[in-house]
Write a protein that binds this ligand. Structure first.
Ligand code: 48F
Length: 257
């Protein structure tokens, strides 16, 4: 049978639209497809929750692909080994409490397991704003990343969600929008974004978990966004905190759904 280009086109358009239409009302919408967002999405989907993830870039994986300075190995500490095991990521014991994994394998496994668990991932979509009712966030305002990149004046669309996770890494993009729209209302010591502090791996890894919490009604922060919001330091290419943060935020939200 001769392949028909129009059938190929229709297949893509119809299947994509079915996926989008199925993702307009969610339990949880995750912004950012780095390690913390992917792990959160995996555990939420595995628990049977309607979870969707929006990533600005073409590729999912955030800052994990490049390991440290493009040496594509990551370091993970003992506490996060069960998560590597859960995702089927091989690890190597380098020294006591220092384990390494291939960064490419790690990202590939996170994505694969998350999608297969039922997480809907949309790439090339940027979250540019939030939807609010009273004092609560109830959804996200989204647009194509190429529209944002080209600076085109095109109105966005909207998805609803009971909970939002800002997993945008150092940028804390969703928290920044909230801060701009309702200044001084964040559940941080000053009510504002406290700002990321300088490198301190040991402290940062612990604080990433402590800082993974609800920062505004309906909005959680996870991963590096949690530290940047609550004033924790950065940690460089050790990823245990990112993985554990994703798991923690998923568990906390699952309890509330
Ligand atoms: O930065 P990123 O990997 O976040 P993470 O899960 O992990 C941090 C580590 O990679 C590293 C570190 C490790 O120790 O410190 O930095 O906290 O992934 C964040 C993703 O969010 C996307 C961005 O493109 C990246 O892939 N992103 C950021 N803003 C938006 C967004 C937005 N407004 N809409 C959609 N995606």
């Amino acid at each position: 049978m001769e392949l028909n280009e129009v059938t190929i086109t229709k297949a893509i358009i119809e299947r994509y639209y079915a996926k989008v239409l199925d993702s307009l009302e969610n339990d949880v919408a995750i912004v950012g497809g780095g390690p913390s967002g992917l792990v959160a999405g995996y555990y939420l989907a595995k628990a049977g929750k309607r979870a969707v993830l929006f990533e600005r870039k073409l590729s999912i994986g955030g800052g994990m692909w490049g390991g440290g300075m493009m040496f594509n190995e990551i370091v993970v500490q003992n506490a996060a080994l069960p998560i590597l095991e859960e995702f089927g990521i091989h690890w190597h014991e380098y020294a006591e409490d220092y384990y390494t994994s291939d960064a490419i394998e790690a990202v590939a496994c996170l994505i694969s397991k998350a999608v297969q668990a039922g997480l809907k991932i949309f790439n090339c979509i940027t979250v540019e704003d939030i939807m609010m009712r009273a004092d609560e966030i109830v959804g996200l305002v989204i647009n194509w990343s190429p529209v944002e990149m080209a600076g085109l004046h095109v109105d966005p669309l909207t998805v609803r969600s009971s909970f939002i996770i800002d997993a945008t890494g150092h940028a804390t993009e969703v928290v920044k929008v909230v801060h701009k729209k309702v200044p001084g209302e964040l559940r941080t010591p000053r009510g504002d974004i406290e700002g990321e502090k300088s490198m301190w791996a040991d402290k940062a890894e612990t604080l990433t978990l402590d800082n993974t919490r609800e920062v505004f009604p309906g909005l959680y922060v996870a991963g590096m966004a949690a530290n940047a919001t609550f004033g924790g330091p950065r940690m460089g290419p050790i990823f245990g905190g990112m993985l554990l943060s994703g798991q923690k935020v998923a568990n906390e939200i699952i309890e509330r759904l």
